[in-house]
Design a protein around this ligand. Structure first.
Ligand code: UDP
Ligand code: MG
Length: 333
């Protein structure tokens, strides 16, 4: 299906825009959501499409979405076979989106499509990613706001991308940027961090946030722990993706070196001073340092092999070019 052209020709932007929404059991919100997005996009004369990804809903969202997609010429609906989770649902939408710029937002009307023009205006200043900041967030204080404040501080520290609010789904991305990012697990929260690994220019602007009107949140408190685990992954990727040997090999070498020094000391105690060393705890330490060091070193080597396979099998270069300027006239035919 083609991108629905807006009615007016005086488009404020020549770029096409895809609005991607993951949907899991949001039947009551759906009609309001689609209408709210369409209204904003049309009022601003954007050339847009709405890409709704149903993530295996069981509450009537599926037939409703089918009906809406058949009636409207600005809506494309994608139905996943089962419930995969928010990240895969968003990834499916990103893969299917045809716009130059992609906007993501939640289906539950907690994000407000009214903020989209502001995000796009910020993108026009030359950013690759503009993230929403739910400055006045309408969620439960104990189960959401406090864990999320801590998580945001930690994520900022670890990823070196300083945003106030990583969890806000309302974001705008340049399509080329998303094409470079592979999402796994629940990593959608870390797109800014992953984007910064790809060298993206990132900005943040305050956006509106509403309490959930219909349905219920799909997450509980246990999400905090999963976010922390994901954070470890992202930290490691950011630091060592192209040089795992520097993480493991370094530590391994130091341990082996320490083991060697202590081992030599023990040997001299035995050989020169003629003392028995069989019952000395230090001997056990030497053995552990040596074996653990060797294993870590091996991890580093395997990591290097995996990293090469990762980059070469996908044709992924280890760098990203923002732009190139100029050309040799001697090379033009
Ligand atoms: N969602 C999804 N698959 C899931 C869980 C959630 O597609 O397995 C969608 C959900 O429909 C909503 C968005 O992800 O559009 C965010 O979910 P929710 O509002 O429950 O998260 P919260 O706002 O509570 O963080
Ligand atoms: Mg929500």
């Amino acid at each position: 299906m083609s991108i629905a052209a807006s009615l007016n020709s005086q488009s404020v932007t020549t770029k096409t825009i895809s609005v991607v929404v993951p949907i899991y059991n949001e039947v009551e919100s759906l009609p309001h959501l689609v209408q709210a997005i369409a209204t904003v996009m049309q009022e601003n004369n954007y050339t847009y499409e709405i890409v709704c990804v149903d993530d295996g809903s069981r509450d009537g969202s599926v037939p409703l979405l089918k009906k809406l997609a058949m009636e409207r010429d600005d809506l494309r609906a994608i139905f996943l076979r089962r419930n995969y989770g928010q990240t895969p649902a968003m990834a499916a939408g990103f893969d299917q989106a045809k716009g130059d710029i992609i906007i993501s937002l939640d289906a539950d009307l907690q994000n407000d499509p009214v903020d989209i023009p502001q995000l796009l205006a910020k993108m026009d200043e030359g950013y690759d990613l503009v993230s929403g900041w739910r400055k006045d967030r309408q969620d439960n204080k104990w189960t959401r706001l406090i864990p999320s404040t801590i998580a945001n501080l930690l994520i900022g520290r670890v990823t070196r991308v300083t945003l106030h609010d990583y969890g806000c789904s309302l974001k705008a991305y340049r399509a080329e940027l998303l094409a470079d990012i592979n999402l796994y697990g629940e990593l959608h929260r870390f797109i800014p961090a992953l984007a910064s690994i790809e060298g993206a220019k990132i900005a943040e602007i305050p956006v509106k946030h509403h309490a959930r009107q219909f349905g219920s949140s799909k997450y509980g408190l246990d999400r905090t722990f999963r976010v922390l685990l994901d954070l470890l992954t992202v930290w490691f990727m950011r630091k060592f993706l192209t040089r795992p040997m520097h993480a493991f090999g370094y530590l391994g070498l130091i341990m082996m070196l320490l083991g060697t020094v202590l081992g030599l000391y023990l040997t001299s105690v035995k050989m020169i001073m003629g003392q028995a060393i069989g019952d000395r705890p230090l001997l056990i330490l030497v053995a552990i340092l040596f074996l653990a060091g060797l294993q870590l070193f091996g991890f580093g080597l395997i990591g290097e092999l995996l990293m090469r396979t990762y980059h070469e099998s996908q044709g992924r270069p280890i760098y990203r070019v923002r732009s190139t300027v100029g050309e040799s006239k001697y090379f033009q035919g």
